[in-house]
Design a protein around this ligand. Structure first.
Ligand code: ATP
Ligand code: ZN
Ligand code: MG
Length: 510
């Protein structure tokens, strides 16, 4: 990696009469900083300075493998001490006029890449390097680490162009016994016909009438009785609205999934008087005055509806030191719905914009979590094979949001430990079991210390702590169950029927 920086040190006084002295202190400051580096010959530091006007010095710094911009800012501090003490001169600002970085690439981009903040980008295909140039960089930009993240983003975009469109990593870990399935109906269509469900007032959402709700409740009961209670999990209730800054920046959802989030706006004011014009417009026109509405609401600070339930749970632990006796932490949440703008992908109840999910979160030592994973695998297997009697399989996958967030797990670490296991089921109405796409109806993830670090969770004994979650998507459970068993209650598995309350009668429309 090669860096070239052209910058200016601006002093608070005329330095022309101290020229020699200032240059001497500058060299001294440089030497003191360089002394701190072990691999000086690898850094290959070169610099030259000249007076640019009475109050400033212009310089060019060239380095390798160590950021010239970081060194430049360190020089400021040391130089300021020397010239402050000896010459009573201060430094009023440090300006970077140009920063040029040349770094090696593992892969060459397959298309032109565009990146904010940089003024020039040049790819050298022969020696596989990328050269970027940024003009006028301010201090905040440097100290916040933005330059390093620009480079990371370039590499990420190149990587993405190679795996985009490719199938996700998918390795089947288990396949259930085959089931003889006699129906091929799309359960959503049947449910609409039978008045079990009706479209809600906005796209991709449903009203579940009593018969459908009864099935949701039955599945919830099964999850509680067969899985969560025996494993010692306790229920919590979460908030429906999530902070962009405090939660989604930290979890990576805002960089990974901004196109799927449902954003929430607060009123700009609670003052009735200020809303009067808006109210008048509605009273008179009976239409929504959108232009006026835009003035009356605010998007800052950013908020949105729950995308996944667990990030807000981690947030609630933020910065806390958890007592030893509280481990492992075993929680679940089923009050908040999840919202995702699925757009063209929406289908039936299996891909909706609002879904009901039981989210289970566990935090503990790695061994605890591996143990929990084993228990869940056993219990899930029992539920799917013996109670729901469905045809399903389990596969180890790399979740898309992690690819999106540029945070790929290494393939070897996925199986059985870190990473995600998808549970998929055959939907006969989509086609044969061999050729059709199976539906992911839930998953199980151990994410290592990703969220523990992101939210700075500590523990009494400073042990290594991991976390994980498993999201049980109830719409998808219902879709799978009905797609494989149909609507004839007598055909439903006996153990499922033991959990089922008497089916409420359908509301009849005349
Ligand atoms: P997909 O690849 O199908 O979009 P996903 O990878 O986005 O799913 P996750 O973020 O892993 O899903 O969410 C976990 C669970 O939430 C899924 O296994 C599923 O049960 C449920 N789920 C996710 N998106 C939807 C949706 N649009 N409609 C209904 N359930 C969903
Ligand atoms: Zn989760
Ligand atoms: Mg999705």
């Amino acid at each position: 990696m090669k860096y070239k920086l052209i910058g200016k040190i601006v002093f608070n006084k005329d330095i022309s009469q101290y020229k020699e002295k200032v240059f001497e202190f500058l060299k001294k400051a440089e030497n003191e900083i360089l002394k701190g580096f072990k691999n000086l010959d690898e850094i290959n530091y070169k610099s030259k300075y000249e007076i640019s006007d009475d109050k400033s010095i212009k310089g060019e710094i060239n380095t390798e493998n160590k950021s010239a911009h970081i060194i430049f800012y360190r020089i400021r501090k040391t130089l300021a001490e020397h010239i402050g003490k000896e010459l009573h001169i201060g430094i009023s600002s440090l300006e970077i006029e140009l920063l040029n970085i040349n770094f090696p690439l593992e892969k060459l981009p397959q298309e032109e890449i565009s990146i904010p903040f940089i003024d020039k980008i040049n790819i050298n295909n022969n020696n596989k390097t990328c050269s970027i140039e940024i003009n006028k960089v301010d201090k905040n930009f440097i100290t916040k680490g933005n330059v390093e993240r620009i480079i990371k983003r370039i590499k990420e975009k190149i990587d993405r162009s190679y795996y985009e469109g490719k199938a996700e990593y998918h390795k089947i870990l288990y396949e259930s016994p085959r089931k003889e399935i006699k129906i091929k109906d799309d359960p959503t269509i049947e449910m609409v016909k039978k008045n079990w469900i009706a479209p809600a007032s906005t796209k991709g959402k449903w009203i579940y009438w009593p018969p459908a709700t009864n099935i949701f409740n039955t599945l919830e009961k099964i999850v509680l009785e067969e899985l969560l209670k025996p494993l010692g999990f306790n229920e919590i209730k979460n908030s429906n609205i999530v902070s962009g800054e405090d939660v989604w920046i930290k979890t990576g959802h805002l960089e990974g999934m901004p196109m799927e989030i449902y954003y929430v706006a607060e009123p700009r004011t609670r003052n009735t008087k200020e809303w009067e014009y808006f109210i008048d417009l509605i009273k008179i026109t009976q239409e929504i005055p959108y232009d006026e509405l835009k003035n009356m609401i605010q998007l800052e600070p950013l908020k949105g509806l729950v995308y996944a339930q667990c990030p807000s749970i981690y947030w609630a632990f933020k910065g806390k030191t958890i007592s030893d006796e509280s481990f492992p932490i075993l929680l679940f949440e089923k009050t908040t719905n999840s919202f995702r703008y699925e757009s063209g992908g929406r289908h039936g109840i299996e891909r909706v914009d609002e879904f009901h999910r039981i989210e289970v979160v566990f935090i503990g030592e790695p061994n605890n979590l591996i143990d929990i994973q084993k228990k869940f695998m056993d219990k899930y297997k029992k539920i799917f094979n013996d109670i729901l009697e469905i045809e399903w399989r389990m596969a180890s996958v790399t979740p898309f949001y992690m690819q999106q967030a540029g945070d790929l797990f290494k393939e070897e670490t996925i199986e059985g430990q870190l990473g995600t296991i998808d549970y998929e089921a055959w939907l006969p109405y989509r086609g044969s079991r061999e050729e059709s796409e199976w539906l992911e109806f839930q998953n199980f993830s151990i994410v290592g210390d990703k969220y523990i670090k992101a939210f700075n969770l500590k523990n009494q004994k400073k042990k290594i702590i991991w976390s994980g979650c498993t999201g049980i998507g109830l719409e998808r459970w219902v879709a799978v169950f009905l797609a494989q068993h149909g609507f004839n209650i007598e055909d439903w598995p006996e153990k499922f029927r033991n959990y089922l309350d008497k089916m409420p009668s359908e509301i009849k429309f005349f």
